[in-house]
Design a protein around this ligand. Structure first.
Ligand code: NAP
Length: 262
């Protein structure tokens, strides 16, 4: 559990995919720093659990179920959040799924699903939240990219394509919305031990434990990241402390991208 404080005092944050992993940890971290958190997930059970954990820790949270790929569902979520809280100061587009396989191994329907969740899932919440931020001339959007937007990684063709797109989209969004006082930045994590990574390790390797050891070796840190590592970076981007960061990629990768040739 993160430290308590007031770094997000008086801010309302909507976090997609906050029923698990990085999103869940960020929801708890934001709440402990004074934010009112709107927890979104596709899975109502997991999302409600996050909101309950926040309330049990003394924070303020509610849950809204929505599929980030479905316009009606996302529009309803944005409307409901705005009716409940009057404004959304921070939108963290975190929900995402993995896509395993070299390009020739990926079936078209799997390709399309990875594109839908990871790119459309950033586009739609942004589309329905932005008008209220533009009206208030204030807001922060954090988009979840990945260090694979910058480096080649084996058997991650569809996933890498989406995370590269999210990084490019972040920069374009920043140009369009800077005149409205809105900051848009991207997170580029390396390998972070979450249910998402545990699943793909099981799917992709005969010996997941040996795979973890080999991933650790490509890290300068010698360790995988933890959800807390990314949540702290998200907290910084969400807070006014990062007010001079606009359209930036923030790497939380144990040295995988810039440490490769060290
Ligand atoms: P996670 O533990 O699987 O959490 C992702 C959450 O998003 C899950 O609760 C998932 O629900 C939810 N979700 C999936 N599709 C959704 C949809 N259509 N609508 C709403 N919610 C949906 O994964 P994580 O590792 O925390 O990853 C979070 C984000 O970080 C992802 O965008 C991922 O690509 C990115 N990332 C992760 C790593 C890493 O190493 N872990 C590295 C770089 C970037 P279900 O479980 O029901 O599908």
């Amino acid at each position: 559990m993160s430290a308590t404080g007031q770094r997000l005092h008086n801010k309302t944050a909507l976090i997609t995919g906050a029923g698990s992993g990085i999103g869940k940890c960020s929801a708890l971290t934001f709440a402990l720093q004074g934010a009112t958190v709107i927890v979104n997930d596709l899975d109502a059970g997991k999302g409600k659990e996050t909101a309950e954990e926040i309330r049990a820790a003394g924070g303020v949270a509610s849950f809204i179920q929505a599929d980030v790929t479905d316009p009606a569902s996302v529009e309803a979520m944005a409307r409901q959040a705005l009716e409940r809280h009057g404004r959304i100061d921070v939108l963290f587009n975190n929900a995402g799924i993995s896509g395993v396989g070299a390009l020739h191994e990926v079936e078209p329907d799997v390709w399309d699903r990875v594109m839908r969740v990871n790119i459309r899932g950033v586009y739609l919440p942004s589309k329905y939240v932005l008008p209220s931020m533009m009206e208030r001339k204030s807001g922060v959007i954090i988009n979840m990219s990945s260090c694979v937007a910058e480096i080649g990684l084996a058997k991650r063709a569809s996933y890498s394509a989406t995370k590269g797109a999210v990084l490019a989209l972040t920069k374009s969004m920043q140009v369009d919305y800077a005149p409205y006082g809105i900051r848009v930045n991207a997170l580029l994590p390396g390998t972070i031990l979450t249910p998402f990574v545990e699943n793909y390790l099981k799917q992709s390797y005969e010996d997941p434990e040996a795979a973890v050891e080999s991933i650790k070796k490509r890290q300068l840190s010698g360790e995988l990241g933890r959800p807390e590592d990314v949540a702290q970076a998200a907290l910084f981007l969400a807070s006014d402390e990062s007010k001079f960061m606009m359209g930036s990629p923030l790497y939380i990768d144990g040295g995988v991208v810039f440490g490769k040739n060290a």
